[in-house]
Design a protein around this ligand. Structure first.
Ligand SMILES: [Zn+2]
Length: 215
């Protein structure tokens, strides 16, 4: 995909997330890897509902700001993800309601905050590690994301929200949507008890769909 098409796609995907309530106000940021090795990212204090393809922030491969509006203060976190994963083409960070609610619960399993409820959650995300609370934009937050990104497609920032990667921006958005919907299912089912997939069923999915990275 050429850079102009990618800019249009970022605006359209961001608007779609905004319109469906995955992001509100100025929260959330999207990024994508460009053909030259640089990055496109949504500007700071922008609404995902009203982005302009011409003013998206462009960074070089080292994260230096080249053009467009000032990049999101969470850009370092996105870069940390890409630096660990040559196979990742897009990263999405949201403050979506159900995942943010999950990130505030006490007693979470830091190695996996959401059990394997459905096959698509297993295939797209697999496990969701928790990253300890650090303020938005804190340099150590990027370090912590980098440490988890090599083995996971998504992670949950404590008292904040999810960070999700994908092979392309579109795939990253799909992964983020699947993850948010899984959190909503989990909260809905929690009072009733729920059946989760067994270790054998999870292993079968990773083998059948070659999604070992997310295990
Ligand atoms: Zn944030």
């Amino acid at each position: 995909m050429n850079d102009n098409a990618l800019r249009e796609q970022m605006v359209n995907l961001a608007q779609s997330l905004f319109m469906r309530g995955y992001s509100s106000g100025g929260s959330g940021n999207l990024s994508a890897r460009l053909q030259d090795g640089g990055y496109l990212i949504t500007p700071t204090n922008s609404s995902l509902g009203s982005l302009d393809p011409a003013t998206l922030s462009e960074l070089d491969k080292n994260g230096n700001w080249l053009s467009g509006e000032k990049p999101s203060k969470e850009a370092l976190m996105h870069l940390a993800f890409y630096q660990q994963r040559a196979d990742v083409g897009g990263v999405v960070h949201l403050h979506s309601t159900w995942l943010t609610a999950l990130s505030c619960l006490p007693g979470l399993d830091a190695t996996n905050c959401l059990p394997p409820i459905t096959p698509y959650y297993v295939m797209r995300v697999g496990k969701l590690p928790l990253i300890r609370y650090l303020r938005p934009g804190h340099p150590e937050l990027a370090d912590e994301v980098g440490k988890q990104a090599s083995g996971h497609n998504a992670m949950l920032l404590a008292n904040h929200g999810p960070v999700v990667g994908g092979s392309s921006l579109r795939e990253a958005v799909f992964n983020a949507e699947e993850l948010e919907d899984t959190a909503r299912l989990w909260f809905t089912l929690r009072p009733h008890g729920l059946v989760t997939l067994t270790d054998e069923q999870v292993a079968e999915l990773h083998t059948a769909f070659n999604t070992k990275k997310a295990s």
